[in-house]
Write a protein that binds this ligand. Structure first.
Ligand SMILES: NC(=O)c1ccc[n+]([C@@H]2O[C@H](COP(=O)([O-])OP(=O)(O)OC[C@H]3O[C@@H](n4cnc5c(N)ncnc54)[C@H](O)[C@@H]3O)[C@@H](O)[C@H]2O)c1
Length: 324
């Protein structure tokens, strides 16, 4: 298939391009390089375009005649979404709507969308499955949920076939070290710890050590970026036989506390990082862990790199010699 990877210059999108090319698909990247990296685009041409720009996007669809679109482009800093919600609704919702309109007009019917655990808001149960209520508590999560709603309506009205994959915490990097996670600013725990390990002066703290968890720190579900991308491939195959809109949670189903992650990072790098605790941050739930039973059952998805040390070791390889 020929696939448009929107946001393919970013962290997860670039890993997707590598996997797609390895599976024999033809890849074209559409990215405005707002947070992405030109050097991460290695498996197909880069079209520098903003997806909100319908006039620029139409000719790209005419030229390449895509079989499917995978959509990774978004802003994703939760705290920024609270202070500047218009920025998030504009880029994550309005620009996505423009992309979907071009797809409809050009007759491209398969769509795989990067959604997030943030659509659920405060967790109400130990393992979050697809039946968990969706009550996002910040504009970032709300923007992703709005797109899910748009996809469901577009499936009903225009015959779009769409899957939303709700990732928990993406982590790790290409085991060959060609691409990796490079956000600026970096808000994710593992790359922050590894940047510090690699000599960055970044201040890394454990926010809150009095949560109702075994060691008092927050618990999250980390999933290797390649496992996420493998689920996208399965979702694409699924859309061949299934019309409509479908959403799946993607996580390992195992939670690790912030302190456990710090210990695992220190084990991988072979020394202590001297990370200290600080007060809680507002809006951090104590525990966020996925049930991915539906993705396992329906898509046949199995995370292959689920072990936390394996995830961290792949990311460490990148952070010792980042290429962008
Ligand atoms: N990283 C995670 O842990 C995580 C968790 C849940 C969901 N997600 C979602 O996964 C997706 C990818 O995340 P990431 O960490 O790879 O982010 P990223 O910032 O590394 O990649 C996003 C890419 O999209 C591009 N982009 C943004 N707006 C654009 C626009 N209007 N037009 C064209 N290109 C645009 C950026 O330049 C960048 O290359 C996002 O939608 C994010 O919300 C990520």
């Amino acid at each position: 298939m020929r696939i448009l990877v929107v946001g393919g210059a970013g962290y997860i999108g670039s890993h997707m391009c590598k996997l797609l090319a390895g599976a024999g698909h033809e890849v074209v990247v559409a990215d405005n390089l707002g947070t992405g990296h030109r050097e991460a685009v290695q498996w197909g041409p880069l079209v520098e375009v903003s997806i909100g720009d319908v006039a620029a996007l139409g000719p790209v669809f005419d030229r390449y005649r895509f079989d499917a679109v995978m959509h990774f482009a978004a802003y994703s800093l939760v705290a920024e979404s609270v202070t500047d919600p218009f920025k998030y609704y504009q880029n994550n919702v309005a620009a996505t709507l423009a992309l979907l309109r071009v797809m409809r007009d050009k007759g491209v019917a398969r769509f795989v969308f990067s959604s997030t655990a943030a659509v659920f808001g405060e967790p109400q149960q130990e393992l979050i499955d697809e039946a968990h209520p969706v009550v996002p508590i910040n504009p970032y999560g709300a923007s992703k949920l709005m797109v899910e709603r748009v996809l469901a309506d577009a499936a009903a009205a225009y015959g779009l076939r769409a899957v939303a994959l709700r990732y928990f915490n993406a982590a790790g990097a290409d085991p060959e070290g060609l691409i990796g996670e490079s956000h600026e600013p970096e808000s994710h725990l593992i790359p922050r710890l590894l940047r510090r390990a690699a000599g960055d002066t970044l201040d890394v703290k454990i926010f809150g050590s009095d949560y109702p968890t075994p060691d008092g720190t927050c618990i999250r579900d980390y999933i290797h970026v390649n496992d996420l991308c493998a689920a996208h491939l399965l979702a694409l195959e699924y859309l061949d036989g299934h019309a409509g809109f479908h959403s799946f949670n993607l996580g390992n189903g195992t939670g690790y506390s912030v302190r456990q992650v710090v210990t695992a990072v220190e084990a991988v790098i072979g020394r202590s990082l001297g990370i200290e605790s600080a007060a809680r941050r507002p809006g951090d739930p104590a525990r966020l862990v996925a049930s991915s039973a539906l993705a396992r059952e329906v898509l046949g998805w199995r995370p292959a790199l689920a072990d936390l040390q394996t995830i961290i070791a792949s990311a460490w390889r990148w952070h010792q010699a980042p290429k962008f």
